[in-house]
Design a protein around this ligand. Structure first.
Ligand code: SAH
Length: 566
């Protein structure tokens, strides 16, 4: 819950806007400001104070405890110009909250924690439990001192400023080791604990078993990714409560699925009870991985038969491949999600000219694998190979990365051992349409005139089909130095079914600094004015030039009624 506190009427107005936008996330604290801040501080995970920073500092000073558990506090000034992340920037999420509040109120977020200022992710923001000298190692990374990454397992980390050796170290491990001096230990979510329990097994018995199994094997409970069991035990209170106390999800599998998993210690009891010869081992192994702790049973002080079993598996890291569309060129047409994925990636793969477009958005330490035109297949293969190694990879393309671009060659190479995240981008046809008017108001297709990947007969057949079906057509790759007859030929096919006066929009370098566009007609278009930086959109028989804008009506009825009123 986010507590909202204000003193003045301007503050209250801004507060009410936040409260209206986030009804379920916020609670307004009225009354004397001092009391309101104290109560909210005790009750909420985060506070937004529409008060001067000085006033808030004085009020919260006596309340501050530990930065890991204190609420994050954001201050918004009287005129709503700034949203200041005051305390709890990382642990309390105040930096992120300042950005969100800023976005909502049109205020500038003010973030002063050093790691954010220079683009190094805070070690406590990686989403992994972290132990040891976080402040010291963060400072070393910021100061550019050598920090060694000691990764005991491959895991898709965001970029960190690290090398192979250094006086400071980041150790990535699920083993039960203490952080040494000048070292932090990151706990990847690498362990899956399979659990079985008979009806009514007490939570303490389940938890005690898990803890002793991990402890004896020298594994950290902070690396548990999930508990896993059979569907029939999805509601078993002891298991549900154990997952809750550990703060991890409980994942369940069907008995049929578990019965297929090969395990070292099958037995008859679960087969009779739930229909699979193994619950703990099979559930732990259901998604693959290495069995570190074979099935073991709980021990009961009262000598009664054990009610719980568990087994521990180290799952292999899943690399992450984000296929990111950068939009047509303009920075403000790069989506926030695309930007987030670029910052999330530790390896970036792309065409050199696109890499240049977004280099400043990358975090320091991002490994950049760029190559020139023509190396598409190699780029696709590289991106997938890196992801398979357990890296977080972003593969970039202009416009939408799935439109005549990298997504399909990459996914043709990819297997199901990596996660693939697609981030849509504004494709050239849409960027051009917005410039031209509303040419895509009714059914439309895109056709690439490049016959490098497609035989011309196929392209021609598709152009003809679009012509006959009276569909608006946007031509990508319309013309290059070596390919000059295809566009005239395609336009001639369309002209067999459309008037010479049919509007045609030509947009070059949409949203880039040297953008240009013109509206012409099928008869008047000079193909020599078209190049590879251009898309050409040909209207259907209903498309009109209205006040210099290209408009395709939504339906013929609309068009008829327009004619009626003429
Ligand atoms: N994935 C890209 C398309 C790649 S094919 C996208 O979704 O936009 C390359 C062709 O796209 C170019 O030959 C050109 O026809 C078109 N194109 C890409 N960006 C463009 C832009 N900013 N303005 C005009 N055409 C563009």
């Amino acid at each position: 819950m986010i507590g909202l506190i204000s003193a003045t009427s301007a503050g209250a107005a801004a507060r009410d806007r936040l409260a209206a936008a986030w009804p379920d996330r916020t609670r307004v604290y009225d009354g004397p400001v001092g009391d309101a801040v104290r109560t909210a501080f005790a009750e909420c995970e985060q506070l937004v104070c529409f008060l001067a920073t000085g006033a808030v500092v004085r009020l919260i000073a006596p309340l501050l405890g530990d930065k890991a558990s204190d609420p994050g506090v954001v201050c918004v000034d009287e005129s709503g110009r700034f949203a200041v992340s005051l305390v709890g920037g990382h642990g309390g999420g105040a930096n992120e909250l300042a950005r969100e509040v800023g976005e909502l109120l049109g205020a500038e977020p003010v973030v002063t924690t050093a790691t954010d200022a220079v683009g190094v992710p805070g070690l406590d923001t990686l989403g992994f439990p972290v132990e040891g000298d976080v402040a010291g190692v963060s400072r070393a990374m910021l100061d550019g001192e050598p920090v060694a990454l000691k990764a005991e397992l491959a895991w898709p980390l965001p970029p960190l400023r690290v090398g192979e050796e250094g006086a400071y170290a980041i150790r990535l491990t699920d083993r039960l080791v203490e952080a040494a001096e000048r070292e932090v230990v990151l706990r990847p979510p690498s362990l899956v604990v399979g659990v079985g329990a008979s009806k009514g097994a007490p939570v303490d018995e389940v938890l005690g078993l898990i803890e002793s199994a991990l402890g004896d094997a020298g594994l950290s409970r902070r690396s548990i990714a999930e508990l896993a069991t059979v569907d029939a035990k999805a509601e078993e209170p002891g298991i549900v409560a154990a997952a809750q106390r550990l703060g991890v999800p409980l994942v369940t599998h069907s008995a049929e699925e578990l019965a297929q998993v090969e395990v070292p210690n099958p037995s008859d009891a679960p087969l009779a009870a739930v229909g699979t010869p193994s619950v703990a081992e099979a559930a732990a192994l259901a998604r693959g991985g290495e069995l570190l702790v074979p099935k073991r049973k709980s021990e009961r002080a009262d000598g009664q038969p054990a009610m719980a079993t568990c087994a521990v598996v180290r799952r292999s890291a899943r690399g992450r491949l984000a296929v990111v569309g950068l939009g047509p060129g303009a920075r403000d047409l790069v989506t926030p999600r695309a930007k987030a994925e670029l910052r999330r990636a530790s390896v970036l793969v792309g065409l050199d000219q696109y890499v240049d477009q977004i280099r400043d958005l990358l975090r320091p330490g991002t490994r950049i694998l760029e190559s020139g035109l023509g190396a598409e297949e190699e780029r696709a293969r590289t991106a997938v190979e890196e992801a398979r190694k357990g890296q977080a990879v972003a593969l970039i393309g202009s416009g939408d990365a799935g439109v005549y671009a990298m997504a399909s060659p990459a996914l043709a190479e990819a297997s199901d051992d990596i996660d693939v995240i697609g981030v849509p981008g504004v494709t050239a046809a849409l960027a051009a349409a917005a410039i031209l008017g509303a040419p895509l108001g009714h059914d439309h297709v895109s056709i690439s005139l490049s016959d490098l990947h497609t035989p011309w007969e196929v392209i021609e057949r598709r152009v003809r089909a679009a012509a006959e079906a009276d569909i608006v057509v946007t031509f990508y790759n319309p013309r290059s130095r070596g390919r000059d007859w295809q566009l005239p030929k395609a336009l001639a096919i369309l002209a067999e079914h459309r008037e010479p006066t049919t509007p045609v929009g030509v947009v070059r370098n949409a949203s880039r600094p040297d953008e240009s566009s013109r509206l012409t007609t099928l008869a008047a278009l000079d193909p020599a004015t078209v190049d590879m930086m251009t898309v050409v959109t040909v209207g259907n028989t209903a498309t009109r030039d209205i006040a210099g804008r290209m408009v395709t009506p939504r339906g013929y009825r609309w068009q008829a009624s327009q004619e009626d009123t003429k």
